[in-house]
Design a protein around this ligand. Structure first.
Ligand code: ADP
Ligand code: MG
Length: 301
């Protein structure tokens, strides 16, 4: 097969591993910088042009769209979809998952476990918002943050009010969430491919920090999931319409709660911690599912 990896840099670990895994399985792999793709939208034959040449006869694409490039990246993915090319994740599903509030609303509708979460537009409603999540301590999150940046723990109601007012004063969209203290600074990353969790890891924050992101100094290790955690992760990915997803779960007193579903989950941490060749799992999934015209987003909203 001829498979394109849409990525800003060929040297990124995940990109390299996907290329390597595809080549090992006998495929023709090409890394394409989606920011340098341009498109012919008006024509009856939609095309994507890269380095002055139309990109033709690709059987599948693997989008690795950076969080800050969602708008343009998903437009490129959509164009490939219009050309009938199979994509590991569809454009709509990527956009959907990038908005934390939208993501939580969809998961809630499916009855998937979540931390109690509140959202409001006006700072006049702060007190009600704090009440919804059961008061301090609580977590405040920027709607489009990643890597733990923009996630704040407010230990007192007074601190919560100040932080919410400050964020809203900057016109930032935030959500307010029940603090899952019993998770003790750990979260679980479940790597879902198709309808299976193919690898998982537990990330533990540094002492004195509640955010377990590896970018915030967290460390990763292998973990055995409970059947409930497995099914929660698979259902969460499915709800978002994602075929490749990193589902982040906290172990709470009321069972597993999903905090985030990532559409371009990194491979480096998870491959090292779990010892699973996740890149090959993604390529195998594409081999099995990429019959032409099979790309179709079935999730509404
Ligand atoms: P980001 O997209 O920036 O990674 P997350 O929502 O994943 O934001 O939060 C970052 C980290 O903060 C999580 O990995 C987790 O360790 C911790 N965390 C997030 N939400 C909560 C919560 N409600 N209760 C306890 N810890 C949380
Ligand atoms: Mg996270």
């Amino acid at each position: 097969m001829k498979i394109a990896i849409l990525s800003q840099k060929a040297s990124l670990y995940s990109t390299r591993r996907l290329k390597e895994a595809g080549e090992q399985r006998g495929h023709h792999m090409k890394v394409i910088d989606y920011l340098r793709c341009y498109m012919n939208i008006a024509s009856h034959r939609p095309t994507v042009v890269y380095q002055q040449k139309p990109l033709e006869d690709f059987d599948a694409i693997i989008p690795r769209i950076g969080a800050s490039k969602t708008f343009y990246g998903t437009a490129v993915v959509r164009q490939f979809e219009m050309m009938g090319v199979f994509t590991a994740n569809e454009s709509q599903a990527i956009s959907r998952s990038r908005d934390k509030l939208r993501c939580l609303q969809l998961l809630a509708r499916e009855g998937i476990g979540l931390p109690v979460t509140g959202f409001a537009n006006s700072t006049k409603d702060i007190e009600g918002l704090i009440e919804i999540v059961g008061g301090a301590p609580l977590v405040i999150k920027l709607l489009e943050g990643t890597q733990g940046i923009g996630v704040v723990l407010a230990e007192t109601t007074q601190a919560a009010k100040s932080v919410i007012e400050a964020f809203r004063g900057l016109d930032a969209n935030i959500l307010v969430q029940e603090f899952i203290k019993e998770a003790e600074g750990a979260d679980i990353r479940c790597f879902v491919v198709g309808d299976k969790v193919v690898a998982s890891m537990k990330r533990q924050s540094e002492p004195g920090e509640f955010r377990s992101n590896l970018h915030r100094g967290g460390t990763a290790e292998k973990i055995k999931l409970t059947p409930e955690e497995r099914s929660t992760a698979v259902r969460a990915a499915k709800t978002m319409g994602l075929k490749v997803a990193g589902v982040d779960i906290l172990r709470s007193n009321h069972g597993p709660v999903v905090i985030e579903v990532n559409s371009s989950p990194g491979l480096e941490g998870i491959e090292a911690a779990s010892n699973v060749d996740v890149a090959s799992k993604i390529i195998e999934f594409i081999e099995k599912n990429s019959a032409p015209k099979k790309t179709r987003d079935r999730t509404q909203y």
